[in-house]
Design a protein around this ligand. Structure first.
Ligand code: OXD
Ligand code: MN
Length: 592
């Protein structure tokens, strides 16, 4: 078996450490061949052709969807598996109550037993990748070893991978090690293990995005959040968008919403007709790495270079940019198929499904035609609202941080935190209804601090402390807000029109950052007063606006009791400053 990098033989800078680790993994997993990915388009097409001939990738209607393919995953392997995802630190307390924990030695033993000989008869792919622009000092590299060519194709779209990343690793010497095998896709032999102290990930038994594209959640959030704490920055589950106003200024926001709560839609928002001269630029739709800059502001890079977005619901009204982006050079996973070989999903509002996501003739009795967590993978540059600033090595300056969740009741449309530390409390208090992005019950409210519950690679108590410390270093910190686009009336209908109209709310936030918009002070923060939010031209009854901006003190007292109980679980690790914010919020709520 050849383990020397054929296609990369002219590369003298392959680090000894990468080569040694690849040899060690090959010895454990016994592949029949080792392919060092060079990241070229020729390689991408070659792997695509291979998957088409094995029947794993289905070419879609070439005239309507040029360069697009459908991939059907194993029906048991369609989402992240939080109940099988572990953080393996020497001390259990470092992983915290927010993570499942296993002792590193035990986790290595368990996983190495699974990996032993698992690539027999398969090719092992070595993917060197860079999270962030290749020339950015804020970017970090990793190497994923996988036996899944589908993973290679996705990593090609989602990261800067191949030769250039390998060269950077050769120069820097450091990289995150990610070992992945689909195994037999047996849910009983599926684990996603993180060893932050060793910058290592081991993932076995799943081919699904968040479990298998190790640059994404495993590296760019779980391992990176640990590295970020050590190095003084933040790795967050946030979109990054630039908002250009008619005066030509572009200001950037970073927004943390739980999975499948509209980050991609907001990042690609198209301003409504009533907002001429406004434009939204997409820097990222899922992950932000935030660094204090020398000028006292917070700067963000998007470590990814593609989107792995939720398909259902995408249509020209909800997200025209995404709808257009995914009409070419896209990998669809688990969508339905029309008789004409076009992809189909619920909420598309055109065409008819002929085959469901499992490939069975469509029968509504079997549930949705497309899986609710079906996905598109596509390069970010395909997006009409893509901006070159996504390649800026220094990142973009952030004016506002926005937290949000999916709440039928309670949380108003928008409110602003009083200060950075109060904003950390607002973020730590995020709760949201669960979605199909993770295996488990859907629609149950759970605490999801900073939308990072599934992704923080260490104890949330230490994480909030780190947030507070980062804030203290910022002379010009972003303002912090909370939004809830999902508030429903008694009839179960959404109160706020959402989508493009969300720009009205973003505008209020930016005006608050400038000090030019009004607000009323409430116990939970600053809310727009009746005339502060631009609702001109919206078909919204005055009472609906009142409901959207109402703060029900009784209900919030109950909420804060629940927040207090939740934060109490972090015991001694809960930072004093956060406990103080909590106490002061409660006092305000109980004041007459
Ligand atoms: C994602 C997720 O895939 O959050 O982005 O699950
Ligand atoms: Mn996500």
């Amino acid at each position: 078996m050849a383990i020397a990098p054929h296609s990369l033989e002219h590369l003298s800078s392959i680090s000894h450490e990468v080569a040694a680790w690849v040899a060690e993994v090959a010895q454990l997993t016994v592949p029949s061949a080792v392919h060092w990915c060079d990241g070229s388009d020729a390689e991408f097409r070659m792997l695509q052709r291979g998957l088409v001939s094995s029947g794993e990738l289905i070419p879609l209607n070439e005239s309507a969807f040029p360069g697009c393919f459908l991939y059907r995953s194993d029906p048991t392997d369609v989402a992240r598996v939080e109940h099988l995802t572990f953080v393996c630190t020497r001390s259990r307390d470092d992983a915290g109550p927010n993570n499942l924990w296993m002792a590193p030695a035990e986790a290595h033993r368990k996983l190495d037993d699974l990996f032993r000989g698992c690539m027999r008869g398969r090719t092992m792919y070595v993917i060197a990748y860079c999270m962030g622009p290749l020339d950015s000092p804020l970017a970090r590299c990793g190497v994923e070893i996988t036996d899944s060519p589908y993973v290679v194709l996705n990593m090609h779209l989602m990261t800067r991978m191949g030769r250039a990343a390998l060269e950077r690793i050769g120069r820097e010497g450091s990289f995150v090690k990610g070992l992945h095998s689909t195994g037999e896709l047996d849910p009983a032999r599926r684990f996603i293990m993180h060893f932050p102290e060793e910058s290592t990930i081991k993932s076995f038994g799943s081919g699904y995005g968040g479990n298998a594209l190790l640059g994404k959640k495993c590296h760019a959030l779980r391992i990176a959040s640990w590295q970020a704490r050590r190095e003084g920055w933040l790795a967050e589950h946030m979109l990054i968008a630039g908002i250009e106003s008619p005066d030509g200024r572009t200001r950037y926001v970073a927004c943390a919403f739980p999975s499948a709560c509209g980050k991609t839609n907001l990042a690609m928002l198209i301003p409504p007709a009533s907002y001429p001269g406004w434009k939204i630029w997409t820097v990222g739709d899922d992950i932000a790495w935030l660094h204090p800059g020398r000028d006292g502001r917070l700067y963000a890079i998007n470590p990814e270079s593609g989107y792995f977005g939720v398909v259902p619901g995408t249509n020209p009204k909800t997200n025209r940019n995404a709808y257009e982006t995914i009409r070419r050079d896209t990998i669809f996973t688990n969508v339905a198929l029309t008789a004409g070989g076009e992809p189909w999903w619920e909420g598309l509002h055109e065409g008819q499904p002929a085959f469901d996501w499992r490939g069975q003739p469509y029968d509504p009795a079997n549930g949705p035609a497309a899986h609710p967590n079906s996905r598109f993978t596509v390069a970010a540059k395909r997006n009409p609202s893509y901006t070159r600033t996504a390649e800026d090595p220094d990142g973009v300056p952030i004016s506002a941080i926005v937290f949000g969740g999916r709440r039928r009741t309670l949380a108003p449309l928008v409110y602003q935190a009083r200060s950075w530390n109060h904003g950390v409390l607002v973020g730590a208090s995020v709760a949201s209804e669960t979605t199909a992005a993770a295996t488990g019950e859907v629609g149950v409210v759970r605490r999801d601090p900073m939308a990072m519950k599934p992704f923080a690679g260490y104890n949330f108590g230490d994480y909030w402390d780190h947030w507070i410390k980062v804030g203290a270093r910022l002379e010009h910190p972003p303002q912090i807000f909370h939004v809830n686009w999902f508030r429903q009336g008694a009839d179960g209908k959404y109160l706020w029109p959402g989508f493009g109209e969300n720009l009205r709310v973003l505008r209020w936030m930016l005006d608050r950052c400038d000090g030019s918009a009004g607000a009323v002070d409430t116990p939970i923060g600053h809310l727009p007063g009746p005339t502060d939010l631009d609702v001109h031209g919206l078909d919204l009854h005055e009472s609906t606006i009142e409901e959207l901006l109402a703060v029900d003190r009784d209900a919030w007292r109950g909420e804060f009791d629940a927040i207090g109980a939740y934060l109490g679980e972090y015991g001694e690790r809960l930072p004093q400053a956060l406990a103080r914010e909590l106490h002061e919020s409660m006092q305000r709520l109980h004041a007459r």
